[in-house]
Unconditional design. Sequence first.
Length: 1051
Amino acid sequence: MKKKINSINLDIIVNVIDELVVYQSLNRKVLFANNAACKAARKKVSDILGSYCYEIWGDSPYKVCDDCPIETVIKSNKPYSNIKIHRDGSRWFIKGYPVVDNRNEMIGVIEIASDITELLDYEQRYRTLVENINDAVVICQNSKIIYCNRKFPELLGYDYDEIKNLEFDLFDKVCQKEKSKIIREKCPSRIETVLKRKDGCDINVEASVNVVNFSGKPATLLIIRDISERKRYEEKIAEISKITHNAPISIVAFNEKFEIIYANRFFSNLYGYNTDEILGKKVFSLYGEPNPIDHFKKVIKTCKDKGVYRGYELRKRKDGSLFWVSVSVNEIRNDSGKFLFYTDNSRDYSEEKKAQDRLKESEEKYRRVVEYSHEGIVVIDDSFRITFANDTITKITGYSKSELEYADFRKFLTPDSVKIAERNYLEKINSKNFSPKHTIKVICKDGKIKVLEVSSIYFKDNDKISVVAHLLDITEKQKAEQRIKELTSQIEKFSRISADILTVGDKKELFKRMCRAIVDVSDYNRVLMYTFISEYPYREILGYYGIKKGKVGKMLKSGLNKDDYLKLLEKGIKVGEQSCYILHTMKDLVRKDSVDFGRIEYPRRKDGWHNKDSLLISLKNSGGEVIGIISVDDSKSGMIPNDDIVKPLEIFANHISQIIQLRKMEEEREKIHRFMAESEKMRALGEVAGGVAHDFNNLLSTIIGRLQMLLNKCDDQDLVNELKIIEKAAIDGTEIVKRIQSFTKFGSKKEGTLVDITHVINDSVSFTKGKWKHEMERAGKKINIKKFYDDSFYVYGKETELREAFTNIILNAIDAMPNGGDLSIIVKPKGRYVEIEFIDTGIGMGEETLKRIYEPFFTTKGSKGTGLGMSMVYGIVKNHEGDIYVESELSKGTSIKIRLPLSSKKSANFERTGKIKGEDALLPRLNVLVVDDEDGPRGILKDILLSFGMNVKTAENGKNALDIFKNDGDIELVCTDIGMPGLSGWDIAMEMRKLKKDIKIILITGWGLEMEVKNRKKVLVNKIVSKPYDIHDIFVAIKELFPAKNGVGKN
């Protein structure tokens, strides 16, 4: 259509529309552009007018666009439209109209453009959607197809172009009622029908039919789906349902909630339920397992993982009875993978289960024999192929069953063993019985060679000859036997050496030979042996070999003590029972010092001995305490030590420990014997010295007493001076007597240390072991030492003296049990004291013997005894401020109790109280009886007492004294000597106490104060005065006994 420009203002017409309107001259210059055109160009109208159109909207600012619709209009002088893609990617629908003048000649072109980018995008989406859905889409008008997607011709077997000529409309197949509904409500109707394909075949389809408006006219919209496959499935399902319902097995279907949704007829027969009863129930209610829900979860998990579960399990009938079923549970899904339901198929398996159990039990019994045999078992056919291999042979060789079975048995053997196996196989076939045991060597998977002991038997299976071979791995057994031989040889060598060197008396030579023996027999070239001591350098070298003497001296200077080595033994690598392997990397464990003492001359092997590694073997005493170490290095083989290597060394080390302890005990025993012999000599001399001192004390008492009385009476000063000189000499004499008396004592009271009593007792038991154990056992007798103590008790004193005392008591007890018996030793606290009691079951002692056991030289052993043992024990106990009590009866044994003061670990005090000092001017007038068998002492004491204003009577022996005491009831004070013929001072005191309990008695002794005080009970006397005494001593004694009486005498 041609249009002419009229006089109407174009601005008014075109500026209100959305399309781009441009008027161009024939040479492409823009003469007019509306607002939409300016907006699209993003320019003002003044910038556009006069420009070429392609400068504003074209693909290039220099030329006309390709396929330009305006160019077509100019050339054809006809309207033309086209879709043009702009350089920015937008799509435009461009329409061009020629503009002519009154002469009908073209003078320009009007271009109208619309942006259809979004519209085309929507169209493309819907077209793509419709073209690619699985259903066929058809639009029909008057039974003609005006549109269809590509699925429709595919469904009917036509080409796309052929389908348009078909007459097709399914609207007439819809019932009248549905047609009205479709037209009225615009609601589609769904129908199933049959369509004829191009090839003449029928297909079942499901169609959604609706009436729509298309191009202003009614049209039928059809969405068609092929349901041929579904129809086939339905037919198949119907057929399967019939089969399933009548199948001779129970079939149950259940949903995702595990609710039963179907059960066939046989289910009722097997489980006892009617179909109506079971529908809706949980399927695991049929399970008879102990935990049905847990078991069912496992079944479902297997189904999900593998698609099916198969097995044998217990089920439960309606009546509660249990029975075995063979079951398969399947997860059913459609072709697209969507879950539909589960099926549970089961059949009664009870009888088969019983038979299978019997068969399985029998099979299991024989299988266990084969599989769990400690021997490898293989079956070899006549081609030497392995047709069976048990688990044991796989463990022996390292090969799996798949690698062994059907492989040639010979390929696993060494060349020599192949010959042996072939020879024995032929012998087996010919003899058809067991062949003698023989050995072969097998090459394992890791390349190691093992020795196997073979025993085999021939058998036939379906006319095929095979041999069953039992293979016992004896590799380690052979190694162990060889190692045992080597160890036995080493131990025998050590034993022979031990026996030989025990006769060596020299200690240095003894341990030197021991060290040489270790080097000769063991794997080491250097050895150092030492024990620990408490003082620097803290180690005593017993012996060494393979080390330079200077090197040994240098090692001693390191100052490492026992604690350092115990730490090293704890941190090192434990080997054997009492050995420790010290790597060179561990040398910093002990003060950063290396523990080696030599350099090896061979290169280190991989994982072998390093030149600074050491092996330490502990030397232990009988109590398990480490007393020393044997250190070896420079391994001959370079092997890291193990239990086998150190075992002989440990045995030899224990022999050495025993020798060390025996030597030590022997040295201690010799010391004790020497001490005891010396002590007995000193005590015997002390007894003699004591007698001499007693006599001197009597003489000095008389002399000093008379001198002091003369001094009190004399007024001549010159004479007094002379008498004082004599008195001083006499007093010096008393000091000499005191030194003589020291022979009866056992050392200074202030000397001593803290002593553990239980430790001393243990030593005494050990020292006497040769007598109470070995000698008695040789005589066929037995003495049992029973110890009843656990804790340690400390006293202050001399350990050697206490040990000597306890040893004497134990030896006496042993002598008292010539036919054997029991010696019990009990240690327990008793207030401030510790009580040690020795109880034997020996022959005991009579009363007379019991009275004299402390007397020096008194013995009941004849020439075998010295008579000094118990007197020595008594002295030691008393010197430690202790007490001793002895109880004994003939044929009933003896009990000796010793009580010693317990000491704190801080101090112990043996100081004695000094003399009491201070006196009044006067003494009371008393009736005094003086008893002494010697005239001198008796006379001087009488005169001293008379000088005090006393009434004095005298008696020369105990009998006379008692007669006077009985006849004269006024006696207030008795002064008596101790040692007298007949009745002693103690005896007199005892008898007088019986007659008069409150009588005051002063005991006069020339044997020494401390000795006499503790020889009897103190309660018998009130005071003890030691000879030689002076007037002052007597005065003080009386004043202390009678402090309250008014005195009449003089000082």
